[in-house]
Design a binder for this molecule. Structure first.
Ligand SMILES: Cc1cc2nc3c(=O)[nH]c(=O)nc-3n(C[C@H](O)[C@H](O)[C@H](O)COP(=O)(O)O)c2cc1C
Length: 427
């Protein structure tokens, strides 16, 4: 089983920052992140993951001012991962890069540099971004259409992968005697010309230690699945039920025709007894402000529509979003399936945001993970502790030993690179 730690400043529960024990300034506290990364490494996790938004997810200052969740105040992820690379030794370092608001040459150069700095532990989560408010930071009045931004993402991924092949592994001969720094035969000029990008190359960073740092994706729409099947090594996803998880993974592997590690998110609330675990969760639920709840289920889209609705009535039929298509579908399918009102829906997703949520004993959590893993619903999990560091400490102290007792999770690192940890071939 492969485990990622989905890092989120104070924790994944939308109200985590308001918890009496929380570090509300965690988003810009380097020592905080360093300690969390070291805890995950001590537990032999495959990777840590930093999500990102190129700006806050919505623009309503009243609503935003109540949330520490909407990418309002936190470090730029590659800058942070580069510092964490120097504070860790084995754990993989993955962060989000938007193909909508970046240039592929910059992305290739930054991730290749991180791969060198970390000795082969770098990965990137290629996203198309999902909000108009981000787009307005990059000269646009509204975000690119879903289909167009996925087409751009496909070309973006191809250019980045091609730029990582700019140099043969042994190109840099650095022969002081002969005065030859690199072998010209080992240098490959790209000359890419596409619909969105024109990139000559080569990259001015030598071949990354992993050859191709790990490429992650997290889209689940038709376009998202096709792109992942063609270019990803790892896919993050949100899957509510076992059937949905199995269907998603089977569909993806069929489309790809090659190994991809599928890591759904898991929001574990664990304690020695179920009652204690329920109490922990209830404490966080009581801290939710209605404004942040509504924002959570809309991701900033359609907020104006829902704000006019009766919170204690079922959600209305909504037009398709130009935001996260699969996420809107997942949340409102859940509301229909479980007969939830709007208020009950945001209380239901305030913790896990549509990912699998398990509240219980270490055995309960391990059972849920083992079932998904052994029935083809997952290759591992992206762990989303509700509150940091308590939720992570509980998971590593209570659940990880249970997983090891069942022979499901490593007790030491065998390899050095992220590809080694994920048992992915070199590229
Ligand atoms: C675990 C996970 C992590 C994600 N991280 C980010 C992120 O950091 N930034 C972002 O803009 N979108 C992120 N997304 C959203 C996806 O990139 C994508 O927009 C979403 O899954 C909807 O995709 P679809 O429109 O193809 O259905 C994440 C999704 C998942 C499941």
């Amino acid at each position: 089983m492969h485990l990622g730690l989905f890092l989120f400043p104070a924790g994944h529960h939308v109200a985590a920052w308001r918890h009496p024990d929380a570090n509300a300034a965690a988003g810009v506290d380097f020592a905080w992140y360093r300690d969390l990364a070291r805890k995950a490494e001590a537990a032999c996790f495959d990777l840590i993951f930093l999500a990102d938004g190129a700006g806050a997810r919505s623009e309503d200052p009243e609503v935003l001012s109540r949330s520490a969740h909407a990418y309002v105040a936190q470090f730029e992820p590659i800058t942070l991962l580069s510092a964490l690379a120097a504070s860790t030794d084995r754990i993989g370092l993955v962060c989000t890069i938007s193909s909508s608001f970046n240039e592929p040459f910059h992305a290739a150069r930054k991730i290749a540099s991180l791969d060198h700095i970390s000795g082969g532990r770098a990965g990137w989560n290629l996203v198309t971004s999902a909000s108009d408010s981000e787009a307005r930071n990059f000269g646009l009045d509204a975000h690119l259409a879903h289909a167009e931004r996925y087409e751009r993402a496909g070309e973006f991924a191809d250019v980045v992968h091609a730029l990582w092949n700019s140099w043969d592994a042994d190109a840099f001969v650095r022969d002081k005697q002969a005065g030859r720094f690199f072998d010209p035969a080992g240098r490959h000029v790209l000359n890419h010309q596409g619909r969105f990008f024109k990139v000559k190359g080569p990259l001015n960073v030598p071949r990354p230690p992993q050859g191709r740092p790990v490429t992650v994706q997290a889209g689940a729409s038709e376009a998202g699945r096709d792109l992942a099947a063609r270019t990803a090594d790892v896919v993050f996803t949100a899957q509510q039920t076992l059937e949905e998880a199995r269907a998603f993974r089977t569909d993806l592997l069929t489309r790809a025709g090659r190994p991809i590690r599928v890591l759904p998110g898991l929001f574990p609330v664990v304690a020695p007894t179920r009652a204690e675990a329920e109490d922990k969760f209830a404490t966080l639920q009581d801290l939710i402000h209605p404004d942040t709840g509504l924002d959570l289920i809309t991701g900033g889209w359609l907020r104006d529509v829902l704000a006019k609705c009766d919170l204690d009535a079922p959600p209305p039929e909504l037009p398709p979003t130009n935001g996260s298509q699969s996420r809107q579908e997942l949340l409102f399918d859940m509301a229909r399936r479980e007969g939830l009102t709007l208020r009950k829906l945001y209380l239901r997703v305030a913790g896990a945001r549509g990912h699998q949520q398990v509240i219980g004993t270490p055995q309960d959590i391990a059972d849920a993970m083992q079932e998904r893993f052994e029935s083809g619903g997952a290759d591992g999990f992206n762990i989303m502790p509700p509150l940091m560091p308590q939720g992570l400490d509980d998971f590593t102290a209570l659940v990880v030993p249970e997983l090891r007792r069942r022979g499901l999770f490593r007790d030491r690192y065998e390899g050095r690179t992220l590809r080694d940890h994920l048992a992915l071939e070199g590229a």
